[in-house]
Design a protein around this ligand. Structure first.
Ligand code: PMP
Length: 436
């Protein structure tokens, strides 16, 4: 039976007010719940794997602030580290020992970068990595993949045109066509398209950028073989490989997708988890490449709040926990058991839904296809089923991202009881989706 609607009276009231202040009532578009039923929930607080909204509804959270909260909400160590820093100052715009500590923690435990630069968001990290690649190679064009999101900087707000190899078309008003002309967009998992792009633009390609594991347009799991192909073809042509690990960094494992695929990218970008819930991003590379960054080199990049002490304190506390032995083994095993139980239920019922999964990330795809490796393989109509599931889950106390293209995250704070309860509700929600 369809679950009765939860009260959203306070959230609805706050949303009306917010619309007076912000475009669409929000400060980031996907929060507006345009792809699902109802108005957005205004969140009041979070604790461990749970969230409470302004109407007092409680949810088990699988959005986890879109990935950063791998330790759940209100983690004791992170909170205490932030609180300890608060009394000392919020920002100095000068170096602090905290930056060294976080950098050391990352670099000592990561084979893939030798130097790092902290910024304040994933968008900034990627934008700076692209500039570094262009500055180093002295080339302008970049290749990105349809379905990979890399933040909202101009060169990257570009979607695929038609055809095997195309100049991108801007996916936002306000992006000059000249910028889009420097971005070539191709489909994932298509060797021929990459070869054709390199054949056509030979010595003009500064970098190929890919998400560690594409997780912004469904979970588009790429084969190791394909990612190695990508590594080889970029090397052959003197182009940089930028691995955007804003989601996968410290999520798939401490060393992210680079370790998962066992490849050495030229530049890696991080975000989300790196700040333990505070706004931090970073990019890193070899010493040689990082020597190009100002003030050592000619590639300019700066930030008033970069390396912010409160954010660094949160990051040190969070990453210190993640660096402990068995952290990922336990989290990934817990997620796998959760996913497998759901797969068993789906198989028993014969429902046409797939559950794609890697480490502590999962994605429901309402399709019979066993594999989805390209954005173009997702049927937009399948999103209608997600909408129903999303409504049913909210009404039953389970919070998923408000779009069927978004993945779910399991955190260290999800207990067996949380996951058992969530499963029960997910099964009931799926029953409703497939009873229609
Ligand atoms: N790259 C990837 C892979 C991302 O998932 C995101 C954010 N979802 C970004 C870049 C941009 O990060 P931010 O929203 O922090 O600017």
């Amino acid at each position: 039976m369809q679950a009765p609607d939860i009260s959203r009276a306070k959230s609805a009231e706050l949303f009306e007010k917010a619309k007076q202040y912000f475009p669409g009532g929000v400060n980031s578009p996907v929060r507006a719940f345009k792809s699902v039923y109802g108005t957005p929930l205004f969140i009041e607080r979070g604790d461990k794997a749970h969230l409470w909204d302004a109407d007092g509804n409680e949810f088990i959270d699988f959005c986890c602030s879109w990935g950063p909260l791998i330790l759940g909400h209100n983690n004791d160590q992170v909170r205490e580290a932030v609180a300890a820093q608060l009394g000392k100052g919020l920002s100095f715009g000068a170096p602090t020992a905290l930056e060294n500590q976080l950098a050391e923690l990352i670099i000592e435990n990561n084979r893939f970068i030798e130097k790092i630069r902290f910024v304040s968001s994933g968008t900034e990290a990627v934008m700076s990595a692209i500039r570094l690649a262009r500055g180093y190679t002295k080339r302008d064009k970049i290749i990105k993949f349809d379905g990979c999101y890399h933040g909202h900087s101009d060169s990257l707000l570009v979607k695929a045109g038609s055809g095997l190899v195309t100049f991108g078309e801007t996916s936002s008003a306000g992006v000059p066509k000249a910028f889009a002309d420097e971005t070539i967009v191709i489909q994932l998992n298509d060797k021929q398209a990459l070869e054709a792009a390199f054949a056509e633009f030979k010595d003009q390609i500064a970098a190929v950028i890919i998400e560690g594991i594409p997780a912004n347009n469904g979970l588009l799991l790429q084969s190791k073989e394909y990612v190695h192909f990508l590594r080889n073809i970029t090397k052959e042509h003197g182009a940089m490989l930028i691995m955007d690990e804003v989601i996968t960094g410290f999520r798939i494992g401490f060393e992210g997708a680079s370790a998962y695929y066992d490849i050495q990218p030229d530049i890696i970008t991080y975000g989300k988890i790196i700040g333990g819930g505070m706004p931090v991003g970073a990019y890193g590379a070899s010493k040689e490449l990082m020597a190009c960054i100002s003030p050592d080199g000619a590639v300019y990049q700066a930030g008033t709040l970069s390396g912010n002490p409160v954010a660094m304190a949160a990051g040190i506390a969070a990453l210190g926990i993640l660096a402990q032995k068995d952290f990922y083994t336990n989290l990934n095993a817990k997620t796998e058991a959760f996913v497998n139980d759901m797969r068993t239920y789906i198989a028993e019922k014969g429902y046409k839904v797939q559950l794609f999964h890697v480490a502590s990330i999962f994605w429901f795809a309402f399709t019979e296809q066993q594999e989805i490796k390209k954005a173009s393989e997702i049927d937009p109509k399948s999103m209608e089923s997600y909408k129903i599931m999303h409504r049913e889950l909210l009404n039953r106390g389970v919070y998923f991202g408000p779009s069927g293209y978004e993945v779910g995250f399991v955190s260290d704070a999800h207990t067996t009881a949380d996951l058992d309860q969530a499963k029960k509700h997910i099964f009931d929600a799926l029953d409703i989706v497939f009873s229609a």
